[in-house]
Design a protein around this ligand. Structure first.
Ligand code: B1M
Length: 234
């Protein structure tokens, strides 16, 4: 990493400069620099959540813009994604081990045909941090895999992620199958991913669309509280 021939010493940058540098390093797919900068921000007292959202997620948003505009291509974006994941893996234990009381459980996966997993992983991490047990089915999850996991783990929540307009309709396939089997009401179904919106969530019969990981946690908590109230009343 060099600018005008001078090596940049990450630890000598102030917070704003360091975060700007992280955007550049994520863009360039520089995994080790992202790891180092993540540690530096944590050492300076940044919360894991702020490092995640203000540095890593924002950096990936910038990558997404240039990917959309044809300035970056798949190989570069894959490197950026790997660098982001390296930062996330440093934050994961910090976000997950909050000692929060157990609130419920969730099975989550990215739908069939879709291999984007950063957002799903982030939702999983935040849900674990909030006190949910999370079973992650990974990417490219078909309806049979979702059904088998629901049967095996009997979670409170089914979470589905889709990042492509071509794969988001598959969420409806899963929900319709649950309906056909008389299982739909056994689970709280939460959906998310960049191309979705609230209207889509309603149209496919999900309980809620979650804009981001923080909203997913809040929505999950709300629905779990409602479920407990209903159980107490009935
Ligand atoms: Co892809 N890709 N990609 N990609 N990629 C997008 C999604 C795209 C919008 C880029 C663009 O053109 N601007 C575009 C989709 C266009 C569309 O459908 N409208 C796109 C495309 C076209 C493609 C390919 C088709 C490219 C190609 O091959 N020509 C291809 C498809 C592969 C496939 O899936 N079959 C492809 C491939 C890839 C990479 C492999 C290179 C890589 C993925 C690496 C990985 O995930 N391991 C990649 C990436 C990184 C992106 C962008 C740049 C970033 C996605 C991301 O990680 N964001 C993305 C651009 C963008 O989204 N603007 C893009 C960061 C993450 C934290 O945000 O995932 O939105 P996000 O998750 C958020 C919320 O959405 C929400 O919470 C998360 C955290 O706050 N959320 C949930 C997500 N899931 C949730 C589930 C829930 C709740 C909330 O359940 C309860």
């Amino acid at each position: 990493m060099s600018e005008d021939g001078d090596d940049i010493i990450l630890s000598e940058l102030d917070d704003d400069e360091l975060v700007q540098q992280m955007y550049d390093d994520l863009y360039d797919g520089l995994k080790e620099e992202i790891e180092e900068a993540t540690h530096i921000l944590l050492d300076r007292g940044w919360t894991p959540y702020n490092v995640l959202t203000k540095a890593l997620v924002e950096g990936m948003r910038i990558v997404g813009v240039d990917f959309r505009d044809g300035i970056l291509f798949v190989p570069e974006v894959l490197l950026a994604a790997n660098a982001m994941k390296a930062g996330m893996s440093i934050l994961r234990p910090l976000l997950v081990e909050t000692g929060a009381p157990k609130l419920g459980s969730m099975v989550i996966g990215t739908v069939k045909g879709d291999i984007h997993d950063i957002g799903k992983n982030l939702v999983g991490m935040m849900m674990e941090g909030a006190g949910f047990d999370v079973v992650d089915l990974g990417i490219n999850t078909d309806v049979d895999e979702y059904l088998a996991a629901l049967e095996e783990h009997k979670p409170d929540i089914l979470g589905m992620s889709a990042l492509l307009t071509t794969t988001m309709p598959y969420m409806k396939v899963v929900i319709d199958t649950l309906k056909e089997k008389g299982l739909r009401d056994d689970y709280i179904v939460l959906v998310g991913g960049a191309p979705l919106n609230e209207e889509f969530g309603k149209a496919i019969g999900a309980d809620a669309y979650c804009r981001d990981a923080a909203v997913a946690v809040e929505t999950a908590k709300e629905f779990i509280a409602r479920k407990h109230n209903q159980m107490a009343a009935g």
